[in-house]
Design a protein around this ligand. Sequence first.
Ligand SMILES: Nc1ncnc2c1ncn2[C@@H]1O[C@H](COP(=O)(O)OP(=O)(O)O)[C@@H](O)[C@H]1O
Ligand SMILES: [Mg+2]
Length: 165
Amino acid sequence: MLNYVLDSAEATEALGARLAARLRPGVILYLSGDLGAGKTTLVRGLLHALGHHGTVKSPTYTLVEPYQIGDWRLFHWDLYRVTDPEELDFLGLRDQLDEQAILLIEWPEQGQGELPAADVEIALSYVGEGRACQLIALSSVGHTMLADLLAPVIAHQPDHSASVT
Ligand SMILES: Nc1ncnc2c1ncn2[C@@H]1O[C@H](COP(=O)(O)OP(=O)(O)O)[C@@H](O)[C@H]1O
Ligand SMILES: [Mg+2]
C-alpha cells in the first residue's frame, strides 16, 4: 500500500503521470472517493502523460469516454449515474475486456457485480485544502506497478510525499 499527500491539483495530475509510466494493456484501475476528490484530475494527468493532447472531460453523462493513444485503447468510466450495472455491457464493457483495453473506473461501487476485478485501487480523500491518495495493489500486476512506482524514488532521492505501510 502506498500513501501520498497531494497539495494541489498539479500534484494529483503528476501522480497520474507517474502511474501512466507503469501501465500495460489490460490493466484495470478503480478510482474511489467523494465528489471532487480528484479522480478525474488524476486520469487527466495519466492520459496527458501517455500523449493525449486534447481535453479530458468527465464522463459524467456519457458514462464512458474512449481514448486511442498509440497502440493502446483506454476507457475512462464514471459510474456515478449508473442505476443498473447491466447497462455497462450495453456500453461495451465486455468488448473492452476482450481487446485488453486499459480501464480507468470512477465510482466502481456503482458497477458492483458487473465489473472485472481491479489491479490497483486508488482512493482519494479530502485533507484540508489538499487531498490524500492511497494506492492498493489487488493483483500481481498491481503489485508490480506499485513496486515500480516506488523503486526509482528509493534508487535516486527521497520523496517526502510518499510513505509505505
Ligand atoms: N490535490 C488536490 N488539491 C486541491 N485540489 C485538487 C487536488 N486534486 C484535484 N483538485 C481539484 O478538485 C476539483 C475536483 O476534481 P475532480 O478530479 O473533478 O474530482 P472527482 O473526479 O473526484 O469528482 C478540481 O477543481 C481539481 O482541480
Ligand atoms: Mg470525476
